[in-house]
Design a protein around this ligand. Structure first.
Ligand SMILES: O=C(O)c1ccccc1N[C@@H]1O[C@H](COP(=O)(O)O)[C@@H](O)[C@H]1O
Length: 227
């Protein structure tokens, strides 16, 4: 049962209790090399690069390549898209060489699979959305990222959602996002027991500009929650 893929979210909680497993951390929406390197040095497991032109955190290909190359080994480079033209995804794959794709829009399972690259799928949580069924559709994803539902804004809103809507029997590793910050992330980890947390707005001074002290504190607080 522990290793089965049936109940990944619940299994994460059991592993945390018996093995002191730590919660993984993704810092998203990096636009500057120094911010990305700082996050990695503080202990971030993954760095998110936004390739969604309407976002204030959107970066050009060249900047994505520069940030990606500046990162040390064993930090996962994640490229984020929202309902992008597949040709744009292919261009980022060729030029930036991310390790993981994050699809944050209404992409179908077939769309997500077509690139043959590991991906995570975001779901924007609202009452009535069956998250177990949703996760089952994306069974080959590396994780299900849960974010707040804000009409007209696909993500990076700085708003959280009702965590009681998260079922225990999610069949994918749970990545919790939406309105997390250094002040609330400890409570979030201890309440939800996600595989990973993801933050953008909550560690910024302004959109796309990360606050070094907030990034450090956020990562420290996740560690405090795990202990
Ligand atoms: O960061 C963005 O600008 C963004 C734009 C479009 C879709 C997703 C985006 N970011 C993701 O949004 C969530 C929550 O962010 P926040 O911490 O509430 O600001 C997170 O998963 C980011 O990866």
């Amino acid at each position: 049962m522990l290793m089965s893929g049936v109940c990944q979210h619940h299994n994460a909680l059991i592993y945390k209790v018996i093995t002191f497993m730590r919660t993984r951390i993704k810092i998203c929406g990096l636009t500057r090399v120094a911010d990305a390197v700082h996050a990695a040095r503080c202990g971030a497991d993954a760095i998110g690069l936004v390739f969604y032109p309407p976002s204030p955190r959107h970066i050009a290909l060249e900047q994505g390549r520069t940030i990606s190359r500046a990162l040390p080994a064993f930090v996962t480079r994640v490229a984020l898209f929202v309902d992008a033209d597949p040709a744009q995804v292919e261009t980022v794959l060729t030029d930036v060489r991310p390790d993981l794709l994050q699809f944050h829009g209404d992409e179908s399972p077939e769309y997500c699979r077509q690139f043959g690259v590991p991906y995570i799928k975001a779901a924007r949580v609202k009452a009535g959305l069956n998250l177990v069924q949703y996760a089952a559709l994306y069974a080959d994803a590396q994780g299900l990222l849960l974010d707040a539902f804000v009409p007209g804004q696909p993500g990076g809103t700085g708003l959280s959602f009702d965590w009681t809507l998260i079922p225990e029997n999610l069949p994918l590793p749970l990545i919790l996002s939406g309105g997390l910050d250094p002040e609330n992330v400890r409570h979030a980890v201890q309440s939800v027991h996600p595989w990973a947390v993801d933050v953008s707005s909550g560690v910024e001074t302004s959109k796309g500009i990360k606050d070094a002290a907030k990034v450090a504190k956020f990562i420290q607080e996740v560690g405090n929650a795990d202990r």
